[in-house]
Design a binder for this molecule. Structure first.
Ligand SMILES: [Zn+2]
Length: 514
């Protein structure tokens, strides 16, 4: 069975076949780096991290591009308001690029903590002005954009006439022209330059006080937000990429505009074959967003308490929580849900520890070509116990193949773990499984937990607390005059680079300076 993904563009699950196997190009719309990331901002990166990890597990060579938006994202989707970056910079009285750098650094730290592998390319919008200007020139040459007072707008009605066959503007979000018109706010500042309220900005003239500005054939200005992704996806993944991802809130207008820009440029493509959208995080059923103020910042979430949450949760627990729902379903954040996730995460980690204790040093490699979808079940003559175990081990891949169903894949890993626990308590059954099948199933468990789901063992305990506990045992042993125990504890700590000091104030520890 091969991987199938739900394609927003066709509104159905489709078998995933790369355009140029074994290469796969994935583009994820990244953050606008003007403020701290909140939990809602983390869902997309985690979902697409699992997807790229799984594609790699299937043997594909993935080029994963996740951009940084550091210019052009205005406060309103209607091409009006201040640039988000400049507004933050003005408030803090610093350079916009300082704001961008600061929040880019923070974002990378948080994503690494959440176990998201760094993208292969992380292009910045401000570093790709030339490419964006080129796309605008192509769209103008194709008669689908016009200049007014130093700004350039995309001509949506003109595009619809020209692209009836490829699908009109609105085909991705499945929105009729009437719907789109109802969503526009006619009469807003800057809107008067547009020939149609449906048109969107490709280039905006910079007002005198605007800091981020670049020269262009239309005078000094800055690119429209939607343009960067079309230009950078094309530069790094070609005129048609395999997968373009983002949150459902980006589907319209952002992704719709991207498709129109690519169709309207010399690329003449939908930019990506698969358009994949993750659903939102909700708080008490309402979408978590900056504008609604019901967000939980990642930095605060890891330490807690914050907002609706009474406790903090470690990055791996948060990652587990995000994977526990299917990516196309909304997921509601609460202490109950995060505590359940913590329980599940710890259970999976205990599974890794159990496997370390079981002797699973068989010779079968689960990472080999024929075993990409889990270990083979038809090789040799397997015992009933072995067959049963290998069938359980094949399930996580089956569920991920079905539109990346992480919750069912995780449930399958729990089933497999349950079986390992049963076997660990029953040596006769374990012997009947045999070392090869056991090694194969254990390898699958490890691979899916660690490499595909990206869950790693977080430090299990606070080292300082463990040290204090050891010192209290030391003091007790000394008081009891149990000098053999005292020596054992001293030696054990010494081997960890810690020396015990008996002072008048009591027992203390210090780093060994030897
Ligand atoms: Zn984008």
């Amino acid at each position: 069975m091969s991987l199938s993904l739900y394609n927003t563009l066709t509104r159905k699950k489709e078998e995933f076949q790369p355009l140029h196997a074994p290469q796969v190009g994935v583009y994820l719309c990244g953050p606008t780096v003007y403020s701290e990331a909140h939990l809602g901002n983390a869902r997309g990166p985690v979902v697409f991290d699992v997807l790229t990890r799984y594609l790699r597990h299937l043997g594909y060579q993935v080029r994963y591009v996740r951009n940084i938006t550091d210019v052009g994202h205005l406060e309103s989707d209607a091409d009006t308001g201040e640039d988000k970056m400049e507004k933050a910079a003005r408030a803090a009285r610093i350079e916009p690029m300082q704001v961008a750098q600061h929040f880019t650094n923070r974002y990378r730290q948080h994503m690494l903590a959440l176990g998201c592998l760094p993208p292969d390319i992380e292009p910045q919008a401000s570093g790709h002005i030339i490419e964006q200007v080129q796309v605008i020139e192509e769209i103008i040459a194709n008669g689908l954009a016009y200049e007014v007072n130093g700004s350039v707008y995309f001509d949506v009605p003109g595009y619809n006439e020209q692209h009836d066959k490829e699908g009109r503007y609105g085909k991705l979000a499945n929105r009729s022209i009437e719907d789109q018109l109802a969503g526009t706010r006619v009469g807003l500042e800057g809107q008067s330059e547009k020939r149609s309220p449906l048109d969107f900005a490709l280039w905006k003239k910079a007002s005198p006080e605007h800091i981020m500005r670049w020269p262009s054939p239309w005078g000094e200005g800055f690119p429209g937000w939607h343009l960067e992704c079309s230009a950078m996806s094309r530069k790094y993944l070609g005129e048609l990429s395999d997968i373009h991802g983002g949150g459902l809130d980006l589907m319209f207008p952002h992704h719709e505009c991207e498709i129109a820009q690519s169709q309207g440029s010399h690329a003449h493509t939908d930019e990506a074959r698969f358009w994949v959208h993750n659903n939102m995080i909700t708080v008490n059923g309402t979408k978590m967003s900056k504008s609604l103020g019901n967000f939980v910042l990642l930095g605060d979430l890891f330490t807690g308490p914050t907002g609706p949450l009474a406790f903090g949760y470690s990055p791996m627990v948060v990652r587990f929580f995000l994977m526990q729902a299917h990516y196309r379903s909304p997921v509601d954040v609460s202490d109950d849900a995060l505590q359940a996730a913590r329980k599940g995460y710890r259970k999976l980690m205990n599974g890794l520890r159990l496997l370390d204790k079981l002797d699973v040093s068989g010779s079968l490699s689960v990472g080999s070509e024929e075993n990409k979808n889990g270990p083979a079940t038809d090789s040799q003559q397997l015992t009933a116990e072995a067959t049963q175990l290998l069938q359980l081990a094949a399930k996580p891949a089956e569920f991920l193949n079905d539109d990346l169903n992480t919750p069912r894949a995780m449930a399958a890993l729990f089933d497999l773990l349950k079986r390992f626990n049963t076997l660990a308590a029953n040596p006769a059954a374990l012997a009947e499984v045999g070392p090869e099948a056991l090694a194969a199933a254990a390898g699958t468990y490890r691979t899916f937990v660690q490499d595909v789901l990206g869950l790693r063992d977080e430090p299990r305990a606070n080292a300082e607390q463990l040290l204090d506990l050891t010192l209290s045992f030391y003091s007790e042993a000394k008081a009891d005059k149990a000098y053999d125990k005292v020596d054992v504890i001293r030696a054990a700590l010494k081997s960890q680079g810690i020396v015990i000091k008996d002072t008048k104030a009591g027992v203390e520890w210090a780093y060994s300076e030897e």
